[in-house]
Ligand binder design. Sequence first.
Ligand code: HEM
Length: 495
Amino acid sequence: MPVADQVKGLLAPLLPDVLSGRDLPPGPRGLDNALFVAKTTNDFMRPLISMAAEYGPVSATFSRGRTLVVLANHEAARHVLVTNQDNYVKGIEYELLRIVLGEGLLTSEGERWQTQRRLVQPLFAKRHIGEFVGQMTDATRDSLDTGPLSDLGEGEGLDINRAMMELTLDVVGRTLFGADLTGETARRVAPAMNDVLTLGTRMVRRLPTFVIASLPGFNMRRAIALNPESIRFRRAVEQLRGVIDELLVEREMSGDPGEDLFGLMLTTTDPETGEPMERDRIADELMTFMLAGHETTSNALSWAFRWLSLNPEARETMVGEVDEVLGGRAPSFEDADRLPWTRAVVEESMRLSPPAWMVGRKAVEEDRVGGYRIPAGASTMVLIRSIHRDPEVWENPEGFDPRRFLPENRGDLPRSAYLPFGAGRRICVGSTFALVEATLLLAMISQRYEFDLPPWASVTEDAAITLRPKGGLEMVAKPRLRLADAVVPGQAQLA
Ligand code: HEM
């Protein structure tokens, strides 16, 4: 980066009006800008939400040496993610993920991304997801019979977020990896994942990290290494990579590549050179799917349990639907369509508590959004958390009301007003997988339990890369009368 730009970047938070020119979106300037930057050291999401509320759906500030544009309505989101998506690449927010995941589907760009997307996409076609459902429900049954959800007594407490992490990791293991990711593996993955997200986010948000990363000869990876937490962070990344390496070696030794994601990666060849995929690349892809494939879904489920506990009527309707459609049996793929209320609960939870609370992009060339200038190189953040609560679109935006997602009510929602899975060509490749999984798991767990927040609970949002309940989500179990038991008169027992 030229020295003039370096200096300009460093001074921008102090003298933004003078340096940036006119026509930029409104936002905090001068001292307000400096205060804004200070606030974002601990929490990025809240200051962005407040900024959008104060300055409008397209606002801008200067943070960490760059122009930061916040997009908080569906039109602006659509412009960046869909209509003019060719002008945007994954932004600085993905630097941390690149360190953890390497160049997998989530973080790569250009031809590399396109080739991988084409390769992987068919695995997520409806036909395959239908085949995965048996493994999803087996994993849930194991969790209910012998795992973290087994034998919970009336009023017994548990960290539902932890239980959902273990369950969704097990699902990824069975469906995509043909491997057992429970027990000891889950006990390695969960804390490592936690360290990667919390320490990683903390280091990246520090102003000095950004300043150092923009100095000649430095980059984000090097700047992060200067933080005191970086040793623990690196160890956590190694733990996760270690799990993938072990699985890869196991599969290679077995002599059968298999027909799952591993098999796909191990047997694919470059159409031009005929060479197999390099091992590092395979590991990057598998890391991506292990992490992207379970963390978000576990958060979606955790938030759903929380919203249901706060809305007993919605929960009663859902439990009624589950009992009527499934009785005591496990759900099938077709049941995902027969459980519209349960699915609507998942969708409404993701509206209010979107696991991906924002997606970030960098503008390649100068652009215009909402009548304002977006300079080349600016970071744009599509603030999904605010778009999902936009009063211009949603009636009673802060209220939890699954009815809005029932098939008969979905009607004329603007196309990018609801984006839990993003939009455009980088839309989540696992969206149908995730929605089917979350709906069926929620239904199955609700056959056995309801969960309540304890009276002392104070749940806060931790907007790391994903939106998670801070410090986990303590809930207490209310076992339900098992239908299978209840039909035998006189022998009804609590599950
Ligand atoms: C509720 C659960 C999930 C949510 C909320 C979610 C959300 C998202 C979002 C918002 C993106 C787009 C990021 C961007 O545009 O920058 C994305 C991409 C991605 N997701 Fe998901 N996701 C979920 C579940 C899954 C599952 C189950 C898998 C795999 C099994 C998965 C794998 C991926 C991958 C590989 C990408 C990158 C796609 C690409 O760029 O081509 N996700 N996800």
